[in-house]
Ligand binder design. Structure first.
Ligand SMILES: Cc1cc2nc3c(=O)[nH]c(=O)nc-3n(C[C@H](O)[C@H](O)[C@H](O)COP(=O)(O)O)c2cc1C
Length: 346
């Protein structure tokens, strides 16, 4: 099946972005339920896959409910990337393979992986060709606009990827040197869309449904990918869908719904991970995000960061809800622009 057949491009599909330590199977399922049309695994090392590293292979597990799902791999050796893609396809059966050419992390870039590849577009082409030839499923790519300002040329990068056999391209229009600073240059997504004929997925700085609609209007992109905007806020997909479809925007979740979804997410995470204590510890970042902006949120987080089981988590959240309903909690966290704050104000 080609990527054009696999993904509902007509509706401007919403992608949950690949995110190390965040876009794991439980969160991917949650976001699918809230309206994400496509999900992508966090980036997985081709070397780790080829070596059969146990922890690496854990990242590849997914649930049928997540489809269509892409598994994202990274590495700088075309042959190893091809071997890894073939193994992932045969063993786990995702719908497509996505290649990471965007990761800015030093450890990865040093070995020419992720955005490191963008310094050598011939290498980018060889990796794509090797991966595309290794499996019958589509190969897609996720890129930044360049390695640094001097090599910034998203259109050229896109043309190279398309020519080498990428069936879709996602652009996060910042360079590796930019990391996350400044604003994503959406005009580069528009330029890429004009230049290539494969679907273009726009990414960068989507924080609301309105942003999603604006990105589509300003760039003409075929799909929209959301990363940080989904943290503690899987509802963003519901809102983005409504905005794209010209429907009234759904109301923000209230504190009760927020906690219900948070607990559902935590339960799914614990069920998915083999070590439940570790699962709870790793869930702390999500607890931080789900409670951001709430009245006395800092105190609540302090309580939540001490929990080691789902029962304790449940107790602390229930205790907070009692105090909240009794009107004992006042004032939003200062400086918070998180959407939870708006929900509580209503
Ligand atoms: C915690 C975190 C982990 C990420 N991990 C990955 C990854 O594994 N692969 C990847 O291609 N991008 C990764 N990214 C980048 C995002 O997919 C996305 O391109 C970037 O955050 C910009 O989108 P946003 O403005 O919606 O956050 C990560 C981003 C964050 C915040």
């Amino acid at each position: 099946m080609t990527i054009r057949e696999l993904i509902p491009w007509k509706r401007t599909p919403l992608y949950l972005a690949p995110q190390a330590g965040v876009s794991e199977s439980p969160f991917r399922r949650l976001c699918r339920a809230f309206g994400a049309d496509v999900v992508v695994s966090e980036f997985v090392s081709a070397e780790g896959i080829c070596q059969g590293n146990e922890r690496t292979l854990e990242y590849l597990r997914f649930d049928e409910a997540e489809r269509p799902i892409g598994v994202q791999i990274f590495g700088a050796d075309p042959q190893r990337m091809a071997e890894a893609a073939a193994f992932v396809h045969e063993t786990f059966g995702p719908d497509f393979i996505d290649i990471n050419f965007g990761c800015p992390v030093k450890k990865v870039v040093k070995r020419n992986g992720g955005s490191g590849c963008l310094r050598d577009l011939e290498l980018v082409a060889r990796i794509i060709r090797a991966v595309a030839a290794a499996t019958p499923i589509p190969t897609t790519v996720k890129v930044r606009s360049g390695f640094d300002q001097a090599t910034r040329d998203p259109v050229r990068i896109g043309l190279v990827c398309e020519e080498a056999g990428a069936e879709a391209i996602c652009l996060h229009p910042r360079t590796r040197t930019d990391m996350y600073s400044g604003q994503a240059r959406w005009e580069e997504i528009a330029a890429l869309k004009q230049a290539v004929s494969i679907p273009v997925i726009g990414n960068g700085d989507i924080r609301s449904g309105e942003d999603a609609l604006r990105m589509r209007t300003e760039t003409g992109c075929d799909g929209i990918m959301i990363a940080r905007g989904s943290h503690g806020d899987p509802w963003i997909f519901r809102e983005a869908r409504a905005a794209l479809d010209g429907q009234p925007l759904p109301t923000e979740p209230d504190v009760e719904e927020r906690f219900e979804v948070c607990l559902d997410h935590a339960r799914k995470t614990i069920a998915f991970e083999r070590d439940s204590r570790r699962a709870v510890l790793e869930f702390r970042k999500h607890l931080g995000w789900y409670t951001k902006g709430l009245p006395s949120g800092r105190d609540l987080r302090q309580e939540l960061f001490e929990v080691t089981s789902i029962e304790e988590m449940q107790e602390r959240l229930a205790g907070y809800l009692d105090r909240y309903r009794a009107g004992e909690l006042r004032g939003m966290e200062s400086g918070s622009e998180h959407r939870a704050a708006a929900a509580v104000r209503m």
